[in-house]
Ligand binder design. Structure first.
Ligand code: T4K
Length: 377
């Protein structure tokens, strides 16, 4: 039976509207709508605690934050990155006049293959832009080792990794800078928004100048900055949403357990690996890989047929960025160079995953998926 109402891949975490109204009243009272107002300052402070990072700067979205991260580290020439990500990742390099060099991914974690990074380094390489895809941490130790040996900067796109910790250490403390996205579709959100986190205290003033046109004071403009500021309505929403994040994490954990109970062990289906007790999860996406030969139905068939049941899954991340017209002619974009990324992009499907779903909903979704078995493409 199709669902009566559409079931999407995600739905934003919406707090009690009265609580948000109360916060908006505070904003109205201050008559301060943007440019480092009290909500902005309060959220910045709270997020440093929650994410366990020593320094943090809020932004109007994650993409602008990542553009500023590259600027603030003065990246140039070539930067090694992954093709298996959202378009924003390589695009921020292009917007900084940097050539993305695509490195293949690890077939299990689907993150950049840290063992291969070294083979892509040239005299033009200035940095590594790695993504904690679906919130699974990259091989941060190996990446740091290679970066140190070659004097490269490391930026992590942690768009999916809100609240992730490795042995109790905040994921935003690895590398030179990490970017978090606070888009509506993320576990924690400010409708649109993002942040940069870093360990180096000296970066704070440079990042904050770059996101405010380079303005130091009324007399001095220090550099060609951009407008990357988060406004007070976004920050106020974030202050309220933050109160609901732990509850949402628990709900998602229960849904994940149901997905595992229903789908683990099914031939041809592989759920994203459980990262074990040392890794705190972001519970951001529920991803399954579909092996067409073993499951007897292709990922594209499953994606299409789900719609007939009012279930709207997503193929994050197909197509791979190296196939976009703007990148496909780069030598590193050749599919022969990227076999693991190409096969992941053919097989992955992101299933509905958000606290508003019930156990019954998830059991129904899994039942529908199982009914596609053996139906080929
Ligand atoms: N790096 C990585 C690795 C990223 O994944 C992203 C963003 C970025 C960088 C850039 O960060 P931001 O600049 O966005 O902060 C969505 C998000 O828009 C995007 O933020 C996210 N990654 C990406 C993975 O997913 P779309 O184009 O798939 O979104 P959309 O509008 O199709 O939404 C997906 C589903 O969510 C809809 O079918 C219904 C539901 N939805 C969505 C919105 C916006 C709602 O129920 N309510 C909503 O308000 O990109």
């Amino acid at each position: 039976m199709p669902f009566a109402e559409p079931v999407y891949v995600t739905r934003p975490l919406l707090p009690d509207i009265e609580k948000f109204s109360d916060k908006l009243r505070e904003v109205w009272g201050e008559q301060r709508l943007t440019n480092n107002g009290p909500q902005h300052l309060a959220l910045e402070k709270r997020l440093m605690d929650v994410l366990k990072v020593p320094h943090l700067s809020l932004f109007n979205n994650g993409t602008i934050a990542l553009i500023v991260a590259c600027q603030s580290l003065r990246l140039s020439g070539e930067v090694i990155t992954t093709p298996f990500t959202f378009p924003a990742t390589p695009h921020v390099l292009s917007w900084n006049n940097i050539k993305p060099i695509f490195c293949d991914i690890d077939p299990i974690t689907m993150n950049i293959d840290a063992e291969k990074i070294e083979t892509m380094i040239t005299p033009q390489t200035t940095g590594i832009l790695a993504v904690h895809v679906y919130g699974t941490p990259c091989d941060v130790e190996k990446i740091e080792e290679v970066a140190q040996r070659y004097g490269l900067r490391v930026v992590y796109d942690a768009a999916h990794a809100f609240g992730v910790e490795i042995c109790g250490r905040g994921i935003g403390t690895f590398g030179d800078i990490s970017m978090f996205s606070f888009h509506a579709t993320k576990l924690f959100h400010t409708a649109e928004g993002g942040a940069l986190a870093f360990n180096d205290a000296n970066l704070k003033s440079r990042v904050d100048l770059l996101k405010n046109f380079g303005i130091k004071n009324e007399e001095e403009v220090m550099m060609p900055g951009i407008n990357g500021k988060m406004n007070e309505m976004q920050a106020a929403l974030g202050m309220v949403v933050l109160d609901y994040v732990e509850e949402e994490r628990h709900k998602r954990k229960a849904l994940l357990d149901t997905y595992r109970r229903c789908l683990e062990g099914v031939e041809g289906l592989t759920l994203l690996r459980d990262n074990g007790d040392n890794i705190r999860s972001s519970y951001q996406y529920l991803v399954v890989r579909i092996d067409e030969n073993l499951f007897g139905a292709s990922r594209d068939y499953v994606y299409r047929e789900f719609k007939r049941y009012n279930v709207y899954t997503r193929k994050y991340f197909h197509p791979v960025c190296s196939d976009y017209p703007c990148y496909k002619n780069l030598p590193s974009a050749s599919p022969a160079n990227l076999p693991a990324a190409s096969s992941a992009a053919r097989e992955v499907l992101t299933l509905p995953f958000y606290g508003g779903l019930t156990t019954d909903d998830v059991e129904n979704i899994c039942g529908i998926l199982m009914s596609f078995r053996g139906r080929k493409s």
